[in-house]
Write a protein that binds this ligand. Structure first.
Ligand code: GLY
Length: 580
């Protein structure tokens, strides 16, 4: 009986297996003919000739596209969008958080800006442990001690100083107007405010707009304190946030809630220009992404290098073999993430080894087509809790062909759930992205070790993966997503959906996703992605499947062969693509 089962499994496997050798170029370069078919027959996002923005909120998209229409470049649109999202998407858009920007100029030059938060000077390795060295539940997630020193305002300021064309204050004015005059709340927004109100009430030291009665759907939501803070930033640039009245209110808030961020921490914060991490896929595509302290670029390039060994197109979209192999590759990349990745200013990240082709080929060879590998049995991460992990991503292409991908976050929904009294903005809970104790999972179920241990001034490891892709040297795709640990695998699958499975950008974004992160040893899959037969076959291979309602929320732009820009907003949210 046992042998009959093995034989049947083998037959199933072989009938589904695809060619396992490097098959460069064959599936990765869709011809112009294929391109035409795509344009004629497939579901398309928003099409435009000149410029495109895709963001998590229609108000922010509207503001961004107006900037581009008025002669602003991608950096100008980014600044306007970023501050607008702080107002209209307060659970992830932010001035109290941080993020990463990846830019490709129309001449092909690339730049990345790391405006990730840092641990305050008083932070220490064991700050979230009790006397017995156990992690104190939720201390790195809720309230003032969870907050990292924010980087967003410095990031926007530095990028604008270097690349901005339009006046800084004018770029902030639409966000100030939005805060002062208000915007209409949607049902989803009201539901989120309501869901988190009680927690926010408990954690805040003063009454604010999010602790009082939740407004009605369609009511106009005004944030006057936030408008005042934005005005200070508009007038004084980075000093309007890191010094003066805003900084004072920030530190007073910390003192009331036993937080540890000081005036010095704020004044000393600096975002960092870093060399873009660039890799190649099947000779045709250059992947331009973020280096550490984001794990996004390294893991994405690792996975793609390993996947070059397979003709995924031949495997077929969501076939047994493609899911199994992509899953195994994801597992391997996340195992390296846990061990080796952290802030390069504090830890010697072995970048060359991690991205070495021979090493990755060897890793790939360790994969069995027959069986899922076992990630050693460890305490599973608390990955199935109900709290969504909210980050936000926006993609921009301007009229001159400059492209920007930004992923930014407060970490959890509404971050630490603390509003700075009198200043009207939420603070991040990014300290949870550190490894509070080796081997103990954070809110994403991710584990880490020394590389990502807490140290004063250090940046916590991130999964954010803002990415720009070139095809044959020309701008091809701008992509990114929220989703915590699932960010990297969502970006990977969106890219593969287009280049391997010939989907339009919109189809790629709409397509169901799956995710593996080594530990917990679980294949997370969006509800309805796999039919019963496929789920059964994956289980037969040894995969443990858990359904999740949604994975990621990708906002992306694809540049078609005919030069048209296709903006794809993820239908999982209220995201909006706008172009002209
Ligand atoms: N806070 C989520 C991340 O940076 O990966």
């Amino acid at each position: 009986m046992k042998y009959t089962l093995i034989f049947i499994s083998l037959l199933l496997i072989l009938s589904n297996a695809c060619k396992l050798k490097k098959d460069i170029n064959q599936s990765a370069t869709a011809s112009i003919e294929q391109e035409k078919t795509i344009l004629e027959q497939q579901e398309m996002g928003v099409l435009a000739d000149n410029a495109m923005v895709v963001t998590a909120h229609p108000e922010a998209s509207k503001i961004g596209i107006e900037v581009l229409k008025n002669g602003g470049n991608a950096t100008d649109a980014m600044v306007a969008i970023h501050f607008a999202l702080t107002v209209c998407y307060p659970r992830a858009g932010n001035i109290g958080g941080g993020g990463f920007m990846v830019m490709r100029e129309n001449n092909g030059n690339t730049h990345t800006l790391d405006f990730r938060e840092t641990a305050p000077a008083l932070a220490s390795k064991d700050m979230y442990l009790d006397a017995e060295k156990n992690v104190i539940p939720r201390l790195s997630l809720d309230g003032h001690l969870a907050v990292g020193v924010p980087g967003s305002v410095d990031g926007m300021w530095k990028a604008h100083q270097k690349f901005g064309k339009l006046n800084w204050a004018n770029l902030l004015q639409p966000a100030i107007n939005l805060a002062e005059n208000g915007y209409k709340l949607t049902k989803a927004e009201v539901e989120y405010m309501d869901k988190y109100k009680e927690t926010i009430q408990v954690l805040n030291t003063e009454e604010n707009l999010f602790t009082i009665k939740t407004p009605e759907v369609n009511s106009v939501f005004k944030q006057l304190e936030l408008a005042k803070t934005l005005r200070l930033i508009a007038q004084n640039g980075r000093s309007g946030f890191y010094e003066g009245e805003t900084a004072q209110l920030f530190v007073e808030e910390m003192e009331r809630g036993n937080g540890i961020i000081s005036l010095e921490d704020l004044k000393n914060y600096q975002s960092v220009w870093r060399e873009a991490l660039v890799g190649n896929y099947k000779n045709a595509y250059n992947i331009i992404s973020m280096s550490p302290p984001s794990s996004g670029g390294v893991c994405l390039l690792q996975m793609l290098e390993m996947l070059e060994n397979i003709n995924l197109n031949e495997c077929g979209f969501h076939s047994l073999s493609s899911i199994h192999l992509i899953n195994e590759v994801e597992r391997l990349a996340y195992a390296d993430r846990a061990e080796h990745l952290g802030d390069p200013a504090f830890y010697n990240v072995p970048m060359e080894n991690l991205l070495d082709t021979a090493y990755l080929d060897k890793r790939f060879e360790s994969i069995s087509i027959l069986q899922a590998t076992r990630s050693n049995i460890v305490k599973a991460g608390n990955f199935t809790d109900n709290e969504s992990k909210e980050t936000t991503h926006y993609s921009i292409v301007d009229t001159e062909g400059n492209a920007i991908a930004v992923t930014t976050t407060l970490n959890g929904n509404y971050g630490a759930k603390v509003v700075v009294g009198g200043a009207g903005f939420f603070l991040n809970n990014e300290m949870d992205d550190f490894s509070a104790k080796p081997g103990v999972p954070n809110q994403f179920g991710l584990i880490g070790k020394e590389a990502n241990a807490i140290e004063a001034g250090k940046r916590m490891l991130s999964s954010m993966t803002p990415t720009i892709i070139e095809k044959n040297g020309k701008l091809f795709m701008v992509v990114g997503t929220p989703g915590g640990s699932t960010i990297i695998t969502s970006v990977l699958q969106n890219f593969l959906n287009v280049v391997e499975y010939n989907m339009t950008m919109q189809e790629a974004v709409n397509a169901k996703r799956f995710h593996h992160q080594w530990k917990p040893d679980t294949l997370f899959v969006e509800s309805g992605a796999f039919n019963e037969k496929l789920s059964h076959e994956l289980k037969m291979k040894g995969h443990t499947l858990i359904e999740k309602e949604k994975i990621g929320r990708v906002d992306a732009i694809l540049i078609h062969e005919n030069g048209k820009l296709e903006g794809a907003a993820d239908p999982r949210g209220e995201d909006k693509a706008m172009g002209f």
